[in-house]
Design a protein around this ligand. Structure first.
Ligand code: EPZ
Length: 417
């Protein structure tokens, strides 16, 4: 398994190209099931999760071409196989996003339950309840979601905000007869990006960017071309890289409004975040201050930024309280950061981080996508050498992160095998 070696202590300087967002690309790819296509996605990132979704769509019978040089994904054809098998779904939970499109288009679908992952049990009850409100009959049999029925519009009130459930229901509603209203819908920028793409395919959607989406469904969807929104979590991650090394990075293509309250929290911590014509300029000139944070649905502080922010707070002056409200087990980076000299106590969903003057490099273990990148951030600031093991987690969501960091001055390399 690949490892990444970092020798810390070098302030990063320069420009970083921000790739298309993983968490936008995955639902956008699933949307290709709603029409015969072709659906052409530009600004497509080259990630392991994208390859997994491509494998799943090919299993369903679509043709999927990923032109990595042109950074485009082209999906075309109609699904002929309506089952999403366990051996693919278990690799990537976002596979469940094919459920709504398959059911809405073909009147039935059989999708493996995704199961949990390192950060939590990750149930899909909100997806299922919403589809039942659109008229689907759904049974869980032998670990599979068996769904059938002709969908009709309905008013769906989510008892809690769910990105995936909002995406599944938004896509299904486009082909359900009549009007659907999604109340308490997630407002993450990736939802808005999906809605814009569906509109380009001919869907009629109102309320984009709000927590109340109204869809007039029933008409067939058409071929379209859509640019994938820049990855706000990658942008936030590199902002933390500039901050933790005391450097300055320009994040090409990043958008301030997509950072939500991450920008405000970084500024509270003493990091300068400025908009430019082509992205964001992130600078850390003086000391870092401890600033408390609680993860919340967008526009609150993104849970996908919690581990990266914690790495930053380990070398801030003073203490910070970090509370994780979205997932039940998203502190697995804590013991690894402590191996590097961080002072962290956590109990339940809250962690207290007391800043230390310096971290020290050490061999550490990645456990999930965002935890692995937080260890890289810590390594960039630590004295000495850090080896991050199990970096396959990293490759799921970050495109050539070591190359992008090396290009702005980091002493970092991937050790194969
Ligand atoms: C999406 O996951 C993202 N993944 C996650 O990013 C992100 O952390 C999460 O949204 C929150 O922003 C993709 O977009 C592919 P949720 P999703 O449904 O849709 C509970 C990363 O690192 N819930 O908003 O699965 C759930 O257990 C990944 O890129 C139910 O109880 O998240 C969680 O506690 C990690 N029942 C909370 O809601 C349901 O039916 C939020 O989950 C669905 C969710």
């Amino acid at each position: 398994m690949d490892r990444i070696r970092i020798r810390g202590g070098r302030p990063l300087q320069g420009s970083v190209p921000i790739s298309g967002a993983k968490n936008a690309a995955l639902p956008l790819m699933a949307a290709a099931l709603l029409a015969d296509g072709p659906l052409v996605l530009s600004n497509a990132p080259d990630l392991a999760d994208i390859a997994t979704m491509a494998q799943l769509l090919r299993h369903h019978g679509l043709s999927v071409e990923h032109d990595k040089a042109a950074r485009t994904l082209t999906m075309s054809g109609a699904a002929t196989e309506l089952e999403a098998p366990y051996d693919i779904v278990r690799k990537m939970r976002a596979s469940v996003l094919v459920l709504g499109p398959l059911l809405a288009r073909f009147g039935r679908a059989r999708v493996s339950l995704p199961g949990g992952c390192a950060i939590g049990t990750r149930p899909v009850d909100l997806h299922i309840k919403g589809l039942e409100q659109l008229g689907a009959e759904i049974e869980i049999t032998a670990g599979y979601i068996e769904a059938r029925g002709k969908l009709r519009g309905a008013r769906i009130i989510f008892p809690q905000v769910s990105v995936g459930a909002t995406e599944n229901l938004l896509m299904a509603a486009c082909l359900a007869e009549g009007e659907t209203e999604l109340v308490n819908a997630a407002r993450e920028p990736e939802i808005g990006d999906l809605a814009m793409c569906l509109m380009r395919m001919g869907a009629r959607i109102e309320g984009i960017g709000t927590d109340r989406l109204r869809i007039e469904g029933g008409a067939p969807l058409l071929p379209a071309t859509h640019p994938i929104v820049p990855d706000r979590i990658e942008a936030g991650t590199f902002a933390c890289a500039a901050a933790i090394t005391g450097g300055q990075l320009h994040l090409d293509g990043a958008r301030l409004e997509h950072l939500g309250s991450v920008a405000r929290v970084l500024r509270d911590a003493g990091v300068d975040v400025a908009e430019t014509h082509t992205g964001l300029l992130v600078t850390r000139r003086n000391g870092l201050r401890g600033a408390d944070v609680m993860t919340e649905p967008f526009p609150g502080f993104a849970t996908d930024m919690q581990a990266q922010y914690m790495a930053l707070m380990t070398v801030a002056e003073g203490a910070s309280m970090i509370t994780e409200t979205i997932f039940e087990n998203r502190f697995m980076h804590v013991p690894e950061l402590m191996r590097m000299g961080a002072r962290i106590n956590f109990h339940g969903s809250s962690a207290i981080v007391r800043g230390v003057p310096k971290l020290s490099g050490a061999p550490v273990m990645a456990t999930d996508l965002r935890a692995s990148v937080s260890l890289i951030l810590a390594g960039l600031a630590a004295e000495g050498e850090t080896i991050v093991n199990r970096v396959y987690h990293l490759d799921r969501g970050y495109e050539r992160v070591e190359d992008k960091l090396a290009a702005v001055g980091a002493d970092i390399e991937r050790l194969a095998g």
